[in-house]
Write a protein that binds this ligand. Structure first.
Ligand SMILES: [Zn+2]
Ligand SMILES: [Zn+2]
Length: 225
């Protein structure tokens, strides 16, 4: 996106997106076209331009390992600076601060695209940064119950835990089908025990939506939230 969007316009687009995202999660219906036409009236760009911008916002959600609004396939030509601004605006609109990753990860992708990337010096003493990140208080009994239920195996691929931890436990992670950051509950009907590979794939994989629907089918205790 080479044309200049003011932060105010970007903010309005992100706010509209966050509203759609939350409506979708809560089963509230909405018409995307109406949202674009409202933005179009306010800022004077075509509806198509807003649809495309929404797909850029989906791309930032996908970098964050989150679900995006269905039908708005991530469009990745968004610069790292814009990705960082969008991520910050998402945090503000959602009223939570998730660990910032969009700028870093989109920079990684663009450096990887360079034909020739000389071996970097890196940073000998990385600077400390501090941020106020939103955390969710979870119930240890929920994790314990789901882990007992899984009995050392991944509930997605059925494989055994890839290794035993130093504490002697099979290493299996907990994934919330509806993310806590999306308003999901910390209950056994929203949590699955996954091996690290399946867990990463369910957040970042190209076929994550297929995996997610398979989980709901396979694990009878799971309930769509
Ligand atoms: Zn697995
Ligand atoms: Zn997860």
């Amino acid at each position: 996106m080479s044309d200049n969007w003011t932060e105010q316009e970007l903010k309005a687009a992100v706010e509209a997106y966050v509203q759609m995202h939350s409506n979708e999660a809560n089963g509230i219906s909405f018409v995307k076209k109406h949202i674009y036409s409202k933005l179009s009236e306010e800022f004077g760009r075509t509806e198509k331009a807003y649809e495309y911008r929404m797909q850029n916002i989906s791309y930032v959600y996908s970098l964050m390992g989150r679900e995006w609004v269905s039908g708005l396939k991530p469009a990745k030509n968004v610069g790292s600076k814009t990705a960082a601004i969008i991520e910050k605006l998402i945090s503000e609109a959602e009223g939570q601060t998730l660990p910032p990753i969009a700028e870093f990860e989109s920079q990684v992708i663009s450096y990887k695209l360079k034909k020739k990337l000389s071996k970097p010096d890196g940073i000998k003493e990385p600077e400390k940064t501090y941020s106020n990140v939103t955390n969710y208080a979870r119930d240890p009994k929920v994790k314990a119950w789901v882990l007992k239920e899984a009995d050392g195996r991944c509930e997605c691929c059925e494989a055994d835990a890839p290794f035993i931890t130093a504490e002697g436990e099979p290493f299996i992670e907990i994934h919330h089908l509806r993310r806590l950051s999306d308003g999901g509950s910390d209950t056994v009907s929203n949590a699955a025990a996954l091996c690290p590979n399946c867990h990463r794939e369910i957040h970042y994989g190209i076929n994550k939506s297929t995996l997610i629907s398979a989980m709901y089918k396979k694990i009878s205790r799971l309930v769509h939230e």
